[in-house]
Design a protein around this ligand. Structure first.
Ligand SMILES: Cc1cc2nc3c(=O)[nH]c(=O)nc-3n(C[C@H](O)[C@H](O)[C@H](O)COP(=O)(O)OP(=O)(O)OC[C@H]3O[C@@H](n4cnc5c(N)ncnc54)[C@H](O)[C@@H]3O)c2cc1C
Length: 330
């Protein structure tokens, strides 16, 4: 494709193209309630793109234009990286008389970021933020995963529990201010370190996320429009693969558009079809694996839980075959 072809990306997120405009709804790109784990497949792609070292050093500079007025745009290609609530997905599916079937996972998550200064008075909590360890606390039908981010200045905690607060809410709602008491009650049988960390969250700053996914879409592309990331394959967070898969999408798109012979609509559509062919099955398989991991993590009492716990114990205490790492895709 000609390097002057105009590519529009909806949702912030380059390879030789001279005209890529990124449109982002948020007025500034700060923390949105959470850090994420950067899986090795994501790191490999970012490294190939030559950006990994910078990310690893935490040097994030955003130099893109932010446009907030509604406007009409023309472009050769529209890449819709506008997230799980994607408007472009709705419009694209409407064009082809299809629907995105939202799947209620019946799960919700609290996402918490504790500052180092809030933890350093407590030696046990300080040890958590000072270690390079992803820690999981697993209880019946609930779990908590936590790890240090931002050069160990922040401890990122993400929970998963049965959804009670969103059950009656309209499907358009994805986050809500939660009650601190409800959060503390949900994890009241977890260890004292958890109690102390949850208690550090200021009243009124409890943020709960509804975990939704949707059934595989009939297609990710239409004409010169392609869906990317959570707009087309939002997973449950239990495999740490959502952002990783979005970045794999972006890497494949960069390749297919680079190899596209011209900027005419037919060639672009063919290239986007290659993107879909390369990516759809893999991303949708990982969505299913993330759900499977969730089922393993959230078992109630019984034989299956005993077998899972035996594998985790084998990994933790014996470090020999038979152990299972919860985040590893099988
Ligand atoms: C609890 C939890 C834990 C997670 N942990 C991990 C993890 O450890 N590792 C991992 O890889 N993934 C993780 N994820 C998943 C990961 O956060 C998402 O998969 C990833 O952010 C998807 O990226 P995206 O760019 O597709 O969408 P988003 O990150 O949602 O970005 C979409 C962007 O588009 C913008 N936008 C929306 N509409 C428009 C519009 N019309 N015009 C312009 N801009 C628009 C939004 O403002 C937003 O900035 C987790 C998710 C959750 C809920």
């Amino acid at each position: 494709m000609e390097k002057s072809a105009k590519i529009v990306i909806a949702g912030a997120a380059k390879k030789g193209f001279t005209s890529i405009d990124v449109y982002e709804t948020a007025s500034n790109l700060g923390f949105v309630g959470a850090g994420i784990q950067l899986a090795p497949n994501m790191a490999r792609v970012l490294d190939r793109l030559g950006v990994w070292e910078d990310i690893a050093r935490e040097a994030v500079e955003c130099r893109e234009t932010s446009i907030r007025q509604p406007q009409t745009l023309t472009a050769d290609v529209l890449l819709a990286a506008d997230g799980i609530k994607s408007n472009v997905r709705s419009a694209l599916l409407k064009e082809i008389n299809a629907d995105a079937t939202i799947v209620d996972t019946q799960q919700a998550a609290y996402r918490i970021m504790l500052k180092r200064s809030e933890m350093e008075h407590d030696p046990e909590l300080l040890a958590l933020i000072d270690n390079e360890i992803v820690t999981r606390w697993i209880g019946e039908k609930r779990h908590i995963i936590a790890y240090p981010v931002s050069s160990k200045t922040i401890y990122n905690i993400s929970t998963a529990q049965p959804d009670k607060n969103f059950a009656a809410a309209p499907s358009a709602t994805y986050t809500t201010k939660g009650s601190k008491k409800a959060m503390m009650d949900t994890f009241s049988d977890f260890c004292p370190k958890i109690q102390r960390m949850l208690d550090l969250v200021p009243e009124g700053e409890v943020c709960e996320w509804k975990l939704r996914v949707h059934a595989p879409l009939p297609t990710w592309i239409h004409g010169s429009v392609a869906l990317v990331g959570d707009s087309c394959h939002p997973p449950l967070p239990h495999l740490a693969q959502g952002a990783a898969q979005a970045i794999e999408d972006a890497a494949v798109l960069a390749e297919v558009l680079d190899l596209c012979p011209s900027s005419n609509a037919e060639d672009i559509n063919k290239s986007l079809r290659v993107y879909e062919k390369v990516r759809k099955e893999r991303a949708e398989t990982l969505v299913e694996l993330a759900a499977e991991n969730g089922r393993d993590l959230h078992l109630g009492q019984g034989k299956a839980k005993e077998e899972r716990d035996r594998k985790f114990a084998a990994l933790k205490y014996e470090k020999k075959e038979g152990g299972a790492v919860p985040d590893k895709a099988k």
